[in-house]
Design a protein around this ligand. Structure first.
Ligand SMILES: [Fe+2]
Ligand SMILES: [Fe+2]
Length: 143
């Protein structure tokens, strides 16, 4: 159920990005900025659920080091940086730059999400972590 919940959350983040891209294509920067805020917050909350709750619990059984969780965290920081740059490009009303960053965001995020959905979340389901409690703790994360 961790896998289902987090996979669903990936879809919800995607769904927040789609109308933002739409607004950018129409060069409607006011609307884009309005849509950017909930999109960024949803992404940051998703990353925080993983970094503050799910990953530490998994690491208790998998160990830290430069394994798959380390790679996921590196990708989070790369994606966060793209999101920040996207926000700046929207504020600067730079349509081409914003759309280019949006494209990069989508590619990186799709690849990242696929790895989590196919590998990481499946591992989480198999590890002896408290599933219900983990879900509850993730839902309570605030950013
Ligand atoms: Fe992630
Ligand atoms: Fe994720």
């Amino acid at each position: 159920m961790i896998k289902e919940f987090m996979t669903q959350d990936h879809r919800e983040c995607d769904n927040l990005y789609a109308p933002l891209e739409e607004a950018l294509m129409q060069a409607d920067f006011e609307k884009a900025l309005e849509l950017f805020v909930p999109f960024r917050n949803a992404m940051l909350k998703h990353f925080a659920m993983e970094e503050e709750v799910l990953f530490p619990k998994m690491e208790e059984f998998m160990g830290g080091g430069e394994g798959p969780i380390y790679v996921m965290k590196m990708e989070h920081s790369q994606i966060k940086s793209i999101i920040n740059q996207l926000g700046e490009a929207i504020e600067a009303k730079n349509k081409d730059k914003a759309l280019g960053l949006g494209e990069t965001f989508m590619i990186m995020t799709q690849q990242h999400n696929m790895k989590e959905e196919q590998i990481l979340y499946t591992m989480a389901e198999q590890l002896p972590i408290e599933k219900e409690q983990t879900l509850e703790e993730m839902k309570k994360v605030e950013v």
